[in-house]
Ligand binder design. Structure first.
Ligand code: NAD
Length: 496
């Protein structure tokens, strides 16, 4: 690995993390900040992190000492003249970044690369202020930098291929995964992250389920570490609300990325999340207060019929274990169960000509192995929904009870995540392998979107979206051509 002399401008949260990463693997790092004392505080922070690594035995005392020697602070921009690469991590303002790069061009040599850690500005826009835009690229890390083992390399439209290659190699040399992303809104990770937030908000807007019901269901059926509302509270709605709006605007009001009308009043009321003590959840001493689930109704005697379909045998076994008496003929049963894909109970009742007053739906996604999700139509008798709930809960399984909504919670969110991954591939923003790696490492999802789509089946994801589109009439559900073609041709979503 060639040793670079890296100048980092901006010693805040990101600048100091980037400084630690590169110092640790042997590069020389010079830290600069325009605010008095900030660069020194950044260096002190990095050294304290290296101390921790040494104490844990993750770094030898000699390596720790050598790393300290490689990391310095510089009082003025002109001290960065000998650098081979500059990474800026200053305030997220176009004019500030442009004038910084213009000033640096008068200081550094012609071979020095200029990289920006911007999350939301266009790299080509930053480069447009430069004399030599071909040496400017995006190099987007995630917080906390040493632990989030991913960086996006984003060439602007005029960036030299050699510059991109050098940055990709530089990132790989740190042990982080480098992904290549086109200079498009949100690049790769923040684009892929749109689906979870916007679909969670859409479910809430529709009154399909409550905030804790949506979060809990997504954690316990799809394996997310946090649901969309917990995540919004963690990042702060002031920050993520702005990102949501900005990506939507930059994509020229693409309905797939449409933010929610629920956000502006929450912003006006200061319900930002954890940092203000109240967001989608209340917080006491920084700890989320999640309301306890109400106890399930008791299991009462009665008869049930289950329509054929995926998961039908598993559902029959559960109902029988929960105390229901199973019937073969729907006309002789108190409660009728369907396991719909992409449909609400209303649509299933009409299509299969079943009595809506006695009909409930159970989500077949995941083969009924985790939390169970029970859905009723507006016509379903609430006494019967209670009884169905009682049977399912009597097996010891957690149950979410929700209002009628096509695709339940999990199918809808998953289909949108897969579709967004497919759109990123269709637009050539990144390769399938990079899309999956970036989503796992950058967003912490249990699977990449294309890998997840292959697991559920591209044809199934396509049909969920087609039904969502037909039932809601909302163009946000229109399937990506990338998904449609591969589903119709029986191909994997990972075949680029
Ligand atoms: N915080 C995150 O999670 C995150 C993640 C990815 C990318 N980013 C991006 O990284 C950049 C920095 O974000 P941050 O969270 O570290 O911000 P921060 O506020 O913690 O740090 C910014 C630092 O830059 C200094 N600074 C501002 N203008 C300067 C200038 N003209 N010259 C020199 N120093 C200057 C400030 O004094 C401050 O110390 C932004 O572009 C941001 O969008 C942030």
């Amino acid at each position: 690995m060639a040793r670079e002399i890296i100048g980092i401008v901006g010693a805040g949260i990101m600048g100091r993390g980037i400084a630690q990463l590169f110092t640790q693997v042997g590069h020389v790092v010079r830290l600069h900040d325009s605010r008095d004392g900030a660069a020194g505080a950044g260096r002190t922070y990095v050294l304290a992190m290296l101390d921790k690594l040494e104490a844990k035995g993750a770094m030898s005392a000699d390596d720790r000492r050598a790393a300290e020697g490689r990391l310095s602070t510089v009082p003025s921009l002109s001290d960065l003249s000998g650098c081979t690469l500059i990474i800026e991590a200053i305030v997220e303002e176009l004019e500030a970044k442009r004038s910084l790069f213009a000033a640096l061009e008068g200081i550094v040599g012609d071979d020095c690369l200029l990289a920006s850690n911007t999350s939301s500005l266009t790299v080509s826009d930053i480069a447009a202020g430069c004399r030599r835009p071909e040496r400017v690229a995006g190099l987007h890390f995630f917080n906390p930098v040493p632990l989030m083992k991913l960086a996006e390399v984003i060439p602007g439209l005029l960036t030299d291929a050699a510059v991109t290659d050098r940055l990709l190699a530089l990132v790989s040399g740190t042990g982080h995964r480098a992904v290549l992303a086109a200079d498009q809104p949100g690049f790769l990770v923040n684009h892929a992250g749109r689906a979870l937030y916007t679909e969670g908000l859409r479910l809430l807007e529709e009154g399909a389920a409550t905030v804790p019901e949506i979060d809990r269901t997504l954690r316990e059926t799809l394996g997310f570490r946090m649901g969309p509302f917990e995540l919004l509270d963690l990042t702060g709605l002031d920050v993520s609300g702005k990102v949501m709006q900005s990506i939507y605007e930059q994509f020229q009001h693409e309905p797939r990325y449409r933010p929610s009308s629920l956000i502006p009043p929450r912003l006006a009321a200061g319900l930002y999340g954890r940092k203000t003590g109240r967001g989608f959840y209340p917080y006491a001493d920084g700890v989320k207060q999640e309301p306890a689930e109400p106890p399930p109704p008791p299991a009462r005697a009665g008869t049930a019929w289950v329509a054929e379909g995926d998961g039908a045998d598993a559902l029959r076994a559960l109902l029988s274990a929960g105390g229901a008496e199973l019937r073969d003929d729907p006309s002789t049963a108190d409660i009728l169960f369907v396991l719909p894909w992409g449909e609400d109970v209303t649509a299933a009742a009409v299509r299969a000509r079943l009595d809506a007053r006695r009909l409930v739906g159970v989500d077949p996604l995941g083969g009924l192995t985790g939390r169970l999700v029970l859905m009723a139509s507006p016509a379903t008798d609430p006494v019967l929904v209670d009884r169905a709930h009682g049977w399912l809960a009597a097996t010891g399984r957690a149950v979410t009870r929700m209002q009628d909504s096509p695709g339940f919670i999990g199918q809808r969110v998953l289909a949108m995540i897969v579709n967004t991954g497919c759109e990123i591939a269709q637009r050539g923003i990144a390769t399938p392998a990079d899309i999956d790696a970036a989503v796992r490492l950058g967003l912490g999802y249990p699977r990449g979107p294309l890998e997840w789509g292959d697991l559920v089946g591209p044809a199934r994801v396509l049909s969920i979206l087609e039904r969502l589109l037909a039932i809601t009439g909302d163009p946000r559900y229109r399937p990506s051509p990338y998904l449609r073609r591969r589903a119709l041709l029986g191909l994997s979503l990972r075949e680029g």
